[in-house]
Design a protein around this ligand. Structure first.
Ligand code: ADP
Length: 839
């Protein structure tokens, strides 16, 4: 077994302390014993002194006895008593001193008994002197008894004295032996202390020397270590089991920006900070378990820059085969990493740029005609990697025969420097025998010393969809052109932000210009519009732009190149808006409706002329027939015929009046004179005026009006005409005895006038045509009741012109309600101010 120096020192120290304790204990015991012996000796001295005292007191008693017996003097008696008392008290004290000594105790008691006996003899002596005289008394006290007591007393004193002397002698022996023992102990402990001091001095100096040597060795090792590791561009360190950095190199100090003394022998957490330490802690633990650890991690330098570190921990074993620590080697691989990353990214970018977009790539060695086709290239044509060899003819043989010569010529032109770039579109045969349109672009990337091309790289894109789309667009455009030509429509497409308008060929044609596609600005176009039509067109255009109306249709005139006016039916609608809802594009059509307008004008003119021409003679016919009806001398048959003729000619007059009204309303020359009209008063008047007509059908007209005055901006006569039409229809179509109600109310911010009848109602199929001209649900009945089919058409034209709306609600067999609405006066005034047109 091998003790270390330290354990040896500990053992020696422990032994020395144990011995010192033992010596101390013995010393203590010995001193106590001596003190006890000294105490006992003092007691003996006091006993001996007391014995001497007693002896002298005894002698005083003897002489006082003799003196008293011989003299009988009072003084002698007194002396005797005092000597007696001294004796007794001396014995009592002695008895206390020897209380603990079993041998002396009875002797003290015997002394006391001797004194008592002596007193008795004294008394007997005194008595004898009185009776027989002094001599007898002296003989008595000199006698045997007296002497015996005397000797006994002296013997006892002597025995006690002897006893104490013997005890003292024994005590001296003990003390002497103790003194000798103590002397020996003192000697030993002195020697021991000396030995210890010597030992300690030797040990300390030996250890000092060892440490000095070790330190020198360590310094030398460290110097060598730092010399070696300082030149390595990596952090190197040695970490012990307690995570302390025992060795380190300069790079490590520089990384942590710490002086050597703040690094050496410090705990890793202290050097690198808690976070970084915690991050590598699992690695440290593994290394201390004897595992080699390799890791890559991010670390932040003192200046805050991010670095990537590759670390290796190599466990270190001591002589006993235990892990005593590990060597750490940490290399900064930031640059390598970022170079790798940059390369990877640029490769990825290229890969994405070339292949991510779906294009193939080719790379041709012009000398050997070996071509590397990318996977995507081959996939595009339906081939796997192995099915398509890396040769030039694999490409060439698949080019469409019709395109081949052109493609080869383009390639050749580029290679010979006759064209600046190589780009070709052609068809290629796929694996499934179908054709694909391909766009190839390529460039020479390396040339030899003579400038001859060595290597060419290019892309290969499938443009079949684009080509097909283009074909479709071309076809669609052809179809559209054909349709536009056939329909004589012109298309326009306005870019609102730019203010430009694209106009199709048809437009130039319409305006009598040479046919070409043209762009115009909104303003130049607007200037061709007839001044009277501009406002209406502009308002509708604005409403569509703002989204107030989805689209517009408007008829207006434009000036042709030759200065004439042409009627155009213009249609427009917004087709795209931005996120905020602002219109971006608006498109529409313009149709030339001049011919139709001309025909309409001629028709209207014809009707007007005919009506005017017919009205005068017809009026006279009606008048004459009226006169004839009144005549009494005509036969019954003639009367009937005349009434029929009168009825028919009256209908004709109404028809002609209605036609003329329509014509008048339609003609732009008619300007409605607006005036404030109180609808309540107007309805009163209308009912009075039409009650007579209603009476013919046995129908009662009744008014239900709102209490407030209902002022509108309108024209009294024309509203009277509307009411006459609505009331006459209600009366005509109601059963005999019915009641027709006229209602005036406020609704939707407007005044609504309704005419409600309990008649047959409007048949479902007829509803959409109620307001059309000459439209009648059942012409035979209507005609029998004197209708023309124009009344409601006229009503609608008037109400429209007044900016109101007219409509009806009806269910067959449940009567009809015809109503119109007009804005209240204030609103009407505002509307006119803005000049907005009714919608
Ligand atoms: P008409 O002069 O024929 O009455 P209108 O234009 O006034 O011409 O009416 C057109 C047609 O509408 C009428 O012929 C009739 O068929 C139908 N009509 C109009 N008002 C009513 C109503 N109140 N009840 C039933 N049908 C009606």
């Amino acid at each position: 077994m091998k003790f270390s120096f330290r354990i040896g020192v500990y053992l020696v120290l422990a032994t020395a302390i144990a011995m010192l304790i033992t010596i101390g204990g013995a010393y203590q015991l010995s001193v106590t014993e001596q003190v006890q012996q000294a105490g006992a000796e003092i007691r003996s001295q006091r006993i001996l002194a007391k014995l001497d005292d007693l002896e002298s007191a005894w002698e005083a008693v003897e002489s006082a006895t003799l003196s008293y017996v011989s003299s009988n003097a009072e003084t002698a008696l007194q002396q005797l008593r005092e000597a007696d008392a001294r004796c007794r008290s001396g014995i009592a004290q002695l008895a206390r001193f020897v209380a603990e000594d079993a041998e002396q105790q009875p002797r003290a008691a015997a002394l006391d008994a001797a004194v008592v006996a002596m007193s008795e003899l004294q008394r007997q002596g005194a008595l004898l002197r009185e009776k027989q005289g002094v001599a007898a008394a002296v003989v008595f006290i000199s006698g045997g008894q007296y002497r015996k007591t005397e000797r006994e007393f002296e013997r006892l004193l002597e025995t006690m004295r002897q006893h104490e002397h013997t005890l003292n002698g024994a005590r001296h022996g003990i003390i002497t032996s103790h003194m000798q023992q103590l002397g020996r102990l003192t000697l030993w402990s002195g020697l021991l202390t000396l030995a210890l001091a010597l030992f300690a001095a030797v040990a300390i100096s030996r250890q000092r020397e060892q440490r000095r040597q070790a330190e020198a060795h360590l310094r030398e090792q460290e110097r060598q270590y730092r010399l070696v590791t300082g030149s390595v561009p990596a952090m190197i360190g040695y970490v012990d089991r307690r995570h302390r950095l025992l060795l380190h190199n300069r790079v490590l100090e520089e990384w942590f920006d710490l002086p050597a003394e703040r690094v050496a022998n410090r705990h890793l957490a202290e050097i690198m900070g808690n976070d970084a330490y915690t991050a590598i802690l699992p690695g440290i633990k593994r290394a201390l378990r004897g595992k080699r650890v390799e890791y890559e991690g991010e670390a932040y330098a003192r200046d805050g820059s991010k670095h990537v570190h590759a670390g290796t921990f190599i466990p270190d074993y001591d002589d006993a085969g235990q892990v005593s620590g590990f060597f750490a080697l940490i290399i900064d691989i930031t640059e390598r990493k970022s170079a790798e990353e940059a390369l990877r990214q640029s490769e990825e970018r290229w890969k994405f740029a070339l292949e991510g977009a779906g294009d193939g790539v080719w790379d041709r060695n012009i000398q050997t005609d070996e071509v590397l086709y990318s996977k995507r290239y081959k996939e595009m044509l339906g081939y796997t990697d192995e099915e398509f060899a890396n040769r030039r003819d694999e490409w060439e043989q698949r080019i469409h025969p019709e395109d081949k010569a052109r493609v080869m010529a383009e390639l050749q032109a580029y290679l010979e420097g006759r064209s600046p770039a190589y780009s070709a579109e052609y068809r290629m045969r796929c694996k499934d025998r179908s054709w694909k349109w391909i766009l190839t672009r390529g460039a020479v990337v390396s040339r030899d010393a003579d400038g001859k091309p060595m290597r060419m790289i290019g892309t290969h894109a499938d443009i079949s969809a684009r080509v097909q789309q283009q074909e479709e667009i071309t076809r669609a455009n052809e179809r559209l052109d054909l349709a536009l030509q056939g329909s004589r429509l012109a298309i326009w497409d306005a870019d609102i932000a730019q203010g430009t308008i694209y106009l199709s060929e048809g437009w130039a044609e319409m305006l009598g210009e040479s046919p070409h596609e043209t762009f115009a600005t909104g303003l130049t176009l607007f200037q061709t519009v007839h001044p009277e039509d501009r406002e209406a067109l502009y308002m509708l255009y604005l409403a569509a732009l703002k989204g107030a109306s989805p689209e517009y249709h408007v008829e207006h005139r434009v000036r042709t190149r030759s200065g004439e006016w042409k009627w155009i039916l213009s249609h427009g609608q917004v087709v795209s808006r931005d996120a905020a809802g602002r219109a971006l594009r608006m498109t529409g059509t313009n149709a030339d409706i001049s011919a139709r307008k001309e025909i309409e004008r001629m028709k209207n003119e014809f009707i007007a002329v005919v009506s005017h021409e017919l009205r005068t003679p017809l009026s006279s016919i009606v008048g004459s027939l009226g006169l004839l009806v009144g005549m009494k001398d005509l036969g019954e048959e003639s009367q009937t015929l005349i009434r029929v003729a009168r009825g028919n000619s009256q209908r004709l007059v109404r028809l002609i009046n209605d036609i003329l009204d329509v014509e008048k309303l339609e003609s732009d020359s008619l300007q409605i004179q607006l005036e404030p009209v109180d609808l309540g008063a107007l309805l009163d008047t209308a009912i009075q005026a039409n009650q007579g007509y209603a009476d013919q059908f046995g129908v009662q007209l009744a008014l239900e009006a709102v209490a407030e005055p209902a002022w509108v901006e309108a024209n009294f006569d024309q509203l009277m005409q509307v009411m006459a039409n609505l009331l006459s229809n209600a009366a005509k179509f109601s059963p005999h005895g019915a009641r027709v109600e006229v209602r005036l109310e406020r609704m939707n911010g407007a005044f609504r006038v309704s005419v409600i009848d309990p008649g047959p109602g409007i048949p479902e199929g007829f509803k959409p045509r109620v307001f059309d001209r000459f439209a009648q649900a059942d012409s035979s009945t209507s005609r029998a009741r004197g209708g023309t089919g124009l009344g409601l058409a006229i009503c609608k034209m008037i109400i429209d012109k007044l900016g109101g709306k007219i409509d009806f609600a009806s269910a067959p067999g449940q009567g009809s309600t015809f109503f119109f609405e007009l804005p209240p006066k204030a609103q009407a005034a505002r509307r006119n101010e803005h000049g907005a047109l009714p919608t």
